[in-house]
Design a protein around this ligand. Structure first.
Ligand code: NIG
Ligand code: FE
Length: 401
């Protein structure tokens, strides 16, 4: 899969599809890729038996570390209550904050591991995980410590993001500036000093942070050397896409309400639009991002699970691929780039992650499908037979017999 798509490329050119392909792995990295007929001789060969092989999936937006669940919220919403109403009745993000604060780091790791394993079984080899359910300096650091332990346990490659700016913590409801001070002057510097995250993220929307607050937080994070991500334009239009582009954020995530000026700003800055169809479908939100305008303007579009207990309790990236096409209007090849090369770009991974190219990591998913389009068309299917990370088989589907 090429890192850049030439203008006017066909779907298969855009994917860099090679039929009857082979590739050579050396020292955990791809050394050669091409048609099997031209492959160099190797010491050991593995016959993948006509499977469709694609770069390991990159789930570039998850909130995998949390305690408790939101089944009660779900039931209320099915009965007609809105997200905002549920929050007022003690549910929503703040319920997960209370349950996550009460859990030990060991418990958080134990709860998150099976979620990460499910992503691995679906072919994910790199997964971003955010904090944001601690919302105090100590609890955010504990959540990020759990992320670090998940990274150390392997085999999935984990990228950590500090989302201390998810919502305003209850304790600071009457002193928003006080929390933003603690976040920018204590939490983010501690995160950097301990090497606990690569990115900082802000949820800029109704009920979360204002545009002016988002600027203050993102500027402080950037000054500390953190990469920037933004949850934005989800529930309402705020103009945070332009701010993210101006500050060099790698992505704006959600994007249902981004307008033409926002699309133009993202395109000019090369900022990735990460679309999260799981969250809008699960919340019953009819708003859809301007998908074709984004693609036509040249904005790199990624797809992610947004795996979290409230708005997207899923660990199924293939479902996002199907919904990205059927509900948001991506073409199948665009959706596949969305969970590979463009998702890697949202994480500023420029080492060949998400691309299966010489020099890049030998991370790949081996899929049983009649053709590559079935990866998008098979609604709810689990096409992955095996997942390899760094040239080692990290997951193999159990033989049904
Ligand atoms: O990405 N948009 C904000 N945050 C999460 C929802 C988190 C929750 O409801 O627990 C999201 O959808
Ligand atoms: Fe999210």
């Amino acid at each position: 899969m090429p890192r850049e798509v030439p203008a006017k490329a066909s779907a298969e050119e855009a994917l860099g599809l090679v039929r009857d392909a082979a590739f050579v792995v050396e020292g955990g990295r791809v050394a050669w890729v091409g048609g099997a007929a031209g492959a160099p001789r190797c010491e050991r060969t593995v016959d993948l038996d006509g499977a469709v092989v694609l770069p390991g999936l990159v789930d570039c937006h998850t909130h995998l570390v949390y305690a408790g669940d939101r089944t009660r919220d779900f039931e209320l919403r099915c009965a007609g209550a809105s997200y905002a109403e549920i929050a007022r009745r003690g549910g929503g993000i703040r319920l997960t904050v209370r349950e996550t604060r009460a859990a030990s780091v060991d418990t958080l790791v134990a709860l998150a591991r099976p979620r990460l394993e499910r992503l691995l079984a679906h072919g994910c080899t790199t997964v971003e995980i955010k904090s944001g359910y601690g919302l105090s300096v100590a609890a955010e650091l504990r959540q990020l410590e759990a992320v670090r332990q998940l990274a150390d346990l392997g085999p999935v490659r984990v990228v950590a993001t500090c989302l201390g700016a998810h919502v305003i913590p209850d304790e600071y409801a009457a002193d928003r500036a006080g929390w933003i001070r603690a976040l920018t002057q204590e939490l983010l510097p501690a995160v950097v000093a301990r090497g606990l995250a690569r990115f900082a993220d802000v949820f800029c929307d109704t009920g979360a942070y204002t545009l002016a607050e988002a600027r203050e937080i993102l500027e402080a994070a950037r000054a500390l050397g953190l990469g920037l991500r933004v949850h934005g334009e989800q529930l309402s239009h705020t103009g945070v896409a332009e701010l993210a582009a101006e500050l060099g954020a790698t992505s704006v995530d959600h994007c249902e309400h981004v307008d033409a000026a926002g699309v133009a700003a993202l395109a000019a800055a090369g900022t990735v639009a990460v679309l999260l169809p799981g969250a809008s479908i699960f919340l019953g939100d009819a708003a859809r991002p301007p998908t074709r305008a984004l693609v036509d303007a040249g904005v790199p579009v990624a797809l992610a699970t947004d795996s979290n207990p409230g708005s997207s309790p899923t660990t199924h990236p293939w479902l996002m691929v199907t919904l990205g096409c059927a509900w948001y209007g991506l073409a199948p090849h665009e959706a596949l780039r969305g969970v590979t090369a463009n998702a890697a770009r949202a994480l500023a991974r420029d080492d060949g992650t998400g691309a299966l190219v010489p020099g890049g990591p030998a991370d790949f998913a081996v899929c049983d499908v009649p053709g590559w389009r079935h990866l998008a068309y098979g609604f709810g299917d689990a096409p992955v037979r095996a997942t390899w990370i760094g040239g080692e088989r990290a997951y193999a589907r159990p033989d049904p017999r």
